[in-house]
Design a protein around this ligand. Structure first.
Ligand code: NAD
Ligand code: ZN
Length: 351
């Protein structure tokens, strides 16, 4: 799958895809003075031997960073640069990100800033990363806001090996599948039907998962190709995210996975859209143990300030991505009263 941004690149997806690294990117890797893997420490523990095997000819160096979101700190960012400098890396160094979206965002930001930019390859290991590894957004967090420091920087390639996904914990499967469902909601009703039929997400392994990830990547990359720098349609990727982000911020990051919060946000966006899809979506979410009941513990007033802070909202108005129908997203400005009424209605439905 080719992504036609200003700097086009290929996404290789499938079981065993990592084995292709040394073949497909031999020229890039052989020309590099060093190959540096920035690895999520948990992922390194589980899967580094497989990556080493694929890179055997290139003697990669590995820098392990804290697992998950902790990797996206200014301190870890500086530690990466310190490692690169201590190892005498140069503009000809190639950086590989090995882990989920967190390490992808961090390593991408490091790659885009080290010596003003070195080539960068994503080797994602989560379902969610079908989303984050494509599109070229990089970031670390500031204590005052998530993803507040970052760049647009496209990877040289994405090598997505589905074998790595088998060790994902259940809540991370839920998290990633939320973004797959989001891609279906904004693109294709037939595909959404297929996804909503899964009452047990773990059944997807070895049974269609790669195909669904490929479709998700196709939706994401088509939107990114049209709007690389988020002036227009790229906003539709925020379906479910206005409330989702507010829930994450309100509960404190890390209490819920990102995708779990986004599922609550999508339920709310469907309510605001008066979508006939809402009941089936709630059934799917319940069957797969998304924590819908949490909405009952979160008063609207406590979420509102976070929704107002959302990057897509201006000071006065709340902006949401809604659905005219499946595959037909649009932006809508909503009054506080309407937002509150819809929230109350959704809570009643869930009870
Ligand atoms: P993550 O990278 O934080 O990983 C989640 C957890 O799973 C971590 O504890 C990690 O150690 C573990 N893990 C990763 N791969 C594993 C595997 N194969 N087996 C077992 N455990 C594994 O989470 P994520 O959901 O992949 O990414 C979330 C991040 O992505 C957030 O920081 C978010 O801001 C970012 N994001 C970025 C974009 C973008 O466009 N750049 C889009 C969406 C999300
Ligand atoms: Zn998201």
């Amino acid at each position: 799958l080719r992504v036609e941004t200003e700097h086009p690149y290929i996404v290789h997806i499938g079981r065993g895809a990592v084995g292709l690294l040394g073949q497909h990117y031999r020229d890039l890797l052989a020309a590099a003075d060093q190959v540096v893997v920035i690895a999520d420490s948990r992922v390194a523990e589980l899967h580094l031997p497989q990556l080493f095997e694929a890179l055997a000819d290139f003697q990669p160096k590995v820098f392990r960073v804290p697992a998950g979101e902790e990797a996206k700190s200014a301190e870890t960012f500086m530690d990466c640069h310190s490692f690169l400098l201590t190892e005498n890396c140069s503009r000809n160094t190639v950086i590989l990100a090995f882990g989920g979206g967190a390490v992808g965002d961090l390593a991408g930001f490091v790659a885009s800033t080290f010596m003003r930019g070195v080539p960068f390859v994503q080797v994602p290991t989560t379902i969610l990363a079908h989303d984050s590894a494509v599109g070229g957004k990089t970031a670390i967090n500031h204590p005052l806001g998530k993803n507040m420091i970052g760049t647009f920087y496209q990877p040289h390639a994405v090598v997505y090996d589905a074998d790595f996904l088998q060790t994902l914990p259940e809540n991370e499967i839920r998290s990633g599948m939320a973004e797959v469902i989001k891609h279906a909601f904004i693109s294709n009703e037939g595909w959404l039907d297929e996804l909503l039929a899964y009452e047990d997400l773990s059944k997807m392994f070895g049974q269609g998962l790669e195909g669904h990830l490929e479709k998700g990547i196709a939706v994401k990359s088509a939107i990114v190709e049209e709007d690389e720098f988020e002036g227009g349609v790229r906003k539709f990727l925020n379906f479910g995210h206005t409330l989702g982000h507010a829930i994450e911020a309100h509960l404190g990051y890390g209490k819920l996975t990102h995708g779990e919060a986004v599922v609550l946000g999508m339920a709310y966006a469907l309510e605001l859209s008066e979508s006939p899809q809402l009941p089936r979506f709630l059934n799917w979410a319940k069957a797969n143990r998304y924590p819908l009941m949490l909405l009952l513990d979160m008063p609207f007033d406590e979420l509102l300030p976070y929704m107002k802070k959302d990057k897509k909202s201006t000071a006065a108005a709340l902006n949401f991505v809604l659905l005219e129908a499946v595959g037909q997203p649009f932006m809508e400005t909503i009054t506080e009263q309407r937002a509150q009424a819809a929230y109350g209605k959704l809570r009643k439905t869930i009870k």
